[in-house]
Every structure is written in structure tokens, then in C-alpha cells.
Ligand binder design. Structure first.
Ligand SMILES: NC(=O)c1ccc[n+]([C@@H]2O[C@H](COP(=O)([O-])OP(=O)(O)OC[C@H]3O[C@@H](n4cnc5c(N)ncnc54)[C@H](O)[C@@H]3O)[C@@H](O)[C@H]2O)c1
Length: 420
């Protein structure tokens, strides 16, 4: 981190608040006259509670108070807990796989979405349809079909003047913004390659309760099933892939990878991946992610240029270039991303990060598909080439199956590529 001094943040925040107090609120939602912003929450777990707290903090920095109109979760205790925390009346704490519909219909202007990734395309499409400004946690899909649906809904959001910001918070973090600006200014020359790491531990596992439905087990233990999370290359390592795509300014052309499962105790995911991403023009980025306790840990990015090296958020060698400090209202990127959303919406200039987060999600899915199958997987096959078998690749059960009550538990064993 290379944060701005606190007094600069405060000065910027005060100026922004003054400017916004006078500015009309535009967009399909959030009409000008409203003194308070209204927001609903879908997915009341760790990040849902965190993201809503950050949304409220961001609004405060911009001189606005917030009313939380409703909260929704698959499970009643989580919804009730969030309702209590955010002062929402009990009748507006919705539980079940259709809770998202009730949250979206609760009269809010903004929706914060933090259910497991498999549900994001369904929830986002419904929120856009209803004209809501959206904060969407990453990743935003678990398969190519869902990613393309996200892209399309993102375009519809743009056409409706809706703001969309994603939980890829590095794009709102001073140290990353400064290094991106330095690289763009030629500090290390053209990027020729790099390495990405998210080597860490398994965050958590949950076991199936006696008599528990397949749907509820999947929704609770979502972090260990590919159909729910996309696997950890998608769910977690997407952050590092997002930085690579952002810094290079283009998505990868293809991926060849491998991986496997050595230690994971539930679900059907791998616990390690090693993927070579070909970004075209001779640029290869090596991505490595692992969730195994007691192994070497590192989370970050390193880019090698023609005349120097740059860490994503750390040291830059090569030519010294001066770049302006980014003007941020908060040194906390988890708050700053909501500032970007609210500020843009209120100023009539709504941001739309859907395409960026979807491309990063898709790149991660591409790496997973390569490791699961043992094949080289091309970007074009996931995005454009409808005749490719990869194009229609969709996980089952799908999000909609949960509402219909048609969920079958996938086998709790990981895929094995190739032949004996
Ligand atoms: N940006 C970041 O740094 C960051 C950090 C952590 C998590 N995340 C992302 O946030 C999302 C949530 O992660 P988390 O850590 O809060 O997980 P969590 O398990 O703590 O919370 C997920 C919540 O969603 C609920 N849920 C499950 N299915 C649902 C459905 N169909 N509708 C509504 N609610 C449903 C669960 O009951 C749970 O309460 C994930 O996409 C994750 O990748 C992002």
C-alpha cells in the first residue's frame, strides 16, 4: 500500500461531499430529491455484511445517509442476523432461494450482491431488469454460459444508465492504481511476462448435516463445490488474474494448465492449479494458486517488462517515472469501490465494471477448464465460437434449479484429466 496521507483523504472527501450535496441524482433509480440512499442486500454472509457496511461508510463520506430496505439469504438465521445489524424490520429479512426477488422488490435504489458466485448471473439479471444500481461481488459466474449472461446484462445496465461496480477492489486501491499508471508511463517498458500467485490455505469446509437437502448442503458448503464457487482459481485467484488483464489491457488468448486435489476433504474442487496464460504477442503469464495448509504462501502479482519489473502493488524497478497520486476518498479499497459506485450514480455518470470483472472471471474459468480436461482452451471458444464444445459449458445444478427445487448433489470427487 502507498496510501495518501489521511488529511488528503479527508480534504477530498469533504470536497466530494459538498459537490454531491448540490448534484442531482440521476440514473434509472436513486431520484434526485431523496435525502437518503436506499439499498438491499442479497447474501448475508461474511462479505455481504462487510460490503453493506462499506457501502454505508462510502455514502457517509459522500454526505449521504442510508436506509437498508431489506436483506435476503438462503437461510433465515443469516438474514435475521443482518436485519438486526442494519436496523431492518424482521418482516424485511427474507429467507430462501427466491429471497433475492423480494429484496429487489423492496423499494431500494441499490442492491449489494454477495451470495455464492453461481447465483450472480441470475441475481444480477433480475436487479438490472428492475432498474437497480448494483454492487456485485466477484467472481460473477462459474461457467462460460453464466459469464456471457453477465456480459449481456452488463450491456443492458449500461443502456439503462445503471451503475455497476464489482468486488475487484484492487482497481480502487492506491498502490495498484499508482503502479498501473507507472507501467503505462513506460516505467518497465512493455510487459513481456509475469507470475501470479494465490497460494494459501483452505478457507473453510462444511460437512453435510443429517437429512440436509442437496440444495442446502451446496449453498452452505459452496466454497468447496465447483458448481457453486467455480473452484478456487475462479473464486479467489480471480483477483490476481484481474490485475493481469487490467495491467496488460487485454484478456488472455488461451490457457494450458494442470492441477489436482491432494488435501481437500469435502466437495469436488481441486486444491492446486498451475496455468500458463498466453496473452498473445509472445506474452505469457504464469498463474499458480493453491489452498493447502502448511505450504509456501504468497498472494500477489509480478510483471516483467523490457526494462524492469513491477509488483502489482509493490516495488517497481526500471525507469523512474512520476505519476499523479490517485484522488481517492478512502484509503480502504473496500470502501472506495462503493464511493465510485455512489459518486458516479449521483453525478449522472454511472460506472459499469461488469465487462471487466466478467472477463477476469472468464479467464479463471478458462484456466480451470484446461486443468480439469487436460486440453488447451481458447478464449474465443468460450466467447465467440458457438460450435466449440466449450462454448455451451454449464455447471449443473444451475442457479435456477434451486428455486425450482430440482437440485441433485454432484459427485464429491474431483475431475481427472486424460487417460490411464
Ligand atoms: N472481494 C473480496 O475480497 C471478497 C472476499 C470474500 C468473499 N468475496 C466474495 O463474496 C461472495 C460471498 O462470500 P462470503 O465470504 O461472504 O461467503 P459466506 O459463505 O460467508 O456468505 C455467503 C452467504 O450467501 C448465502 N446464500 C447461499 N445461497 C444463496 C442464495 N441463493 N441467495 C441468497 N443467499 C445465498 C449463504 O447462506 C451465506 O450466508 C463470494 O462471491 C466471494 O467470492 C469477495
Amino acid at each position: 500500500m502507498n496510501p495518501l496521507p489521511r488529511r488528503d483523504f479527508l480534504a477530498t472527501a469533504t470536497l466530494a461531499a459538498a459537490a454531491l450535496a448540490a448534484a442531482p441524482a440521476l440514473g434509472q433509480s436513486a431520484p434526485a430529491g431523496k435525502a437518503r440512499l436506499t439499498v438491499g442486500l442479497i447474501g448475508c454472509g461474511g462479505r455481504g455484511n462487510g460490503a453493506l457496511t462499506d457501502f454505508i461508510a462510502a455514502a457517509k463520506l459522500l454526505g449521504r445517509e442510508v436506509t437498508v430496505t431489506a436483506v435476503g439469504d438462503a437461510f433465515a438465521p443469516a438474514a435475521k442476523g443482518a436485519a438486526k445489524r442494519f436496523g431492518v424490520e424482521a418482516s424485511k429479512a427474507f429467507a430462501g432461494y427466491d429471497a433475492y426477488r423480494k429484496v429487489i422488490a423492496s423499494g431500494c435504489d441499490f442492491v449489494v450482491m454477495a451470495a455464492p458466485p453461481a447465483f450472480r448471473p441470475l441475481h444480477f439479471a433480475a436487479a438490472v431488469e428492475a432498474g437497480k444500481h448494483c454492487f456485485i461481488e466477484k467472481p460473477v459466474a462459474v461457467d462460460a454460459v453464466g459469464a456471457r449472461a453477465m456480459r449481456e446484462a452488463g450491456e443492458r445496465a449500461k443502456a439503462k444508465g445503471l451503475g455497476v461496480v464489482a468486488g475487484t477492489q484492487r482497481r480502487h486501491q492506491a498502490a495498484y492504481l499508482i503502479n498501473k499508471a507507472r507501467i503505462d508511463a513506460g516505467a518497465i517498458g512493455d510487459i513481456r511476462g509475469g507470475t501470479l500467485h494465490w497460494n494459501s490455505t483452505v478457507p473453510w469446509i462444511k460437512r453435510r448435516n443429517p437429512g440436509e437437502s442437496a440444495a442446502d448442503y451446496l449453498a452452505r458448503n459452496w466454497l468447496n463445490f465447483t458448481e457453486m464457487s467455480g473452484d478456487h482459481i475462479v473464486e479467489q485467484h480471480v483477483h490476481n488474474l484481474d490485475v493481469a488483464i487490467w495491467f496488460l489491457g487485454r484478456p488472455p488468448v488461451s490457457a494450458v494448465g494442470y492441477g489436482g486435489r491432494a488435501r481437500r476433504e469435502t466437495g469436488n474442487m481441486f486444491d492446486f492449479f498451475s496455468v500458463d496464460y498466453d496473452f498473445g504477442g509472445g506474452v505469457h503469464i504464469h498463474s499458480q494458486c493453491r489452498q493447502i495448509s502448511g505450504t509456501w504462501s504468497r498472494v500477489g502479482e509480478l510483471f516483467t517488462g523490457a526494462s524492469g519489473e513491477a509488483f502489482g502493488a509493490g516495488k517497481v524497478t526500471g525507469r523512474k517515472v512520476d505519476v499523479p497520486e490517485p484522488r481517492l476518498e478512502s484509503e480502504n479499497p473496500y470502501v472506495q469501490e462503493h464511493v465510485a459506485l455512489i459518486k458516479g450514480v449521483l453525478a449522472g455518470n454511472p460506472p459499469n465494471e461488469t465487462r471487466a470483472v466478467t472477463d477476469s472471471t472468464l479467464a479463471a474459468i478458462m484456466g480451470r477448464l484446461s486443468a480439469y480436461s487436460g486440453d488447451l482452451v481458447r478464449w474465443a471458444d468460450l466467447v465467440d465460437n458457438a460450435r466449440s464444445p466449450w462454448h455451451g459449458q454449464a455447471c449443473s445444478p444451475a442457479a435456477a434449479d434451486f428455486e425450482k427445487g430440482e437440485v441433485r448433489l454432484p459427485e464429491e470427487k474431483p475431475p481427472v484429466p486424460g487417460k490411464a
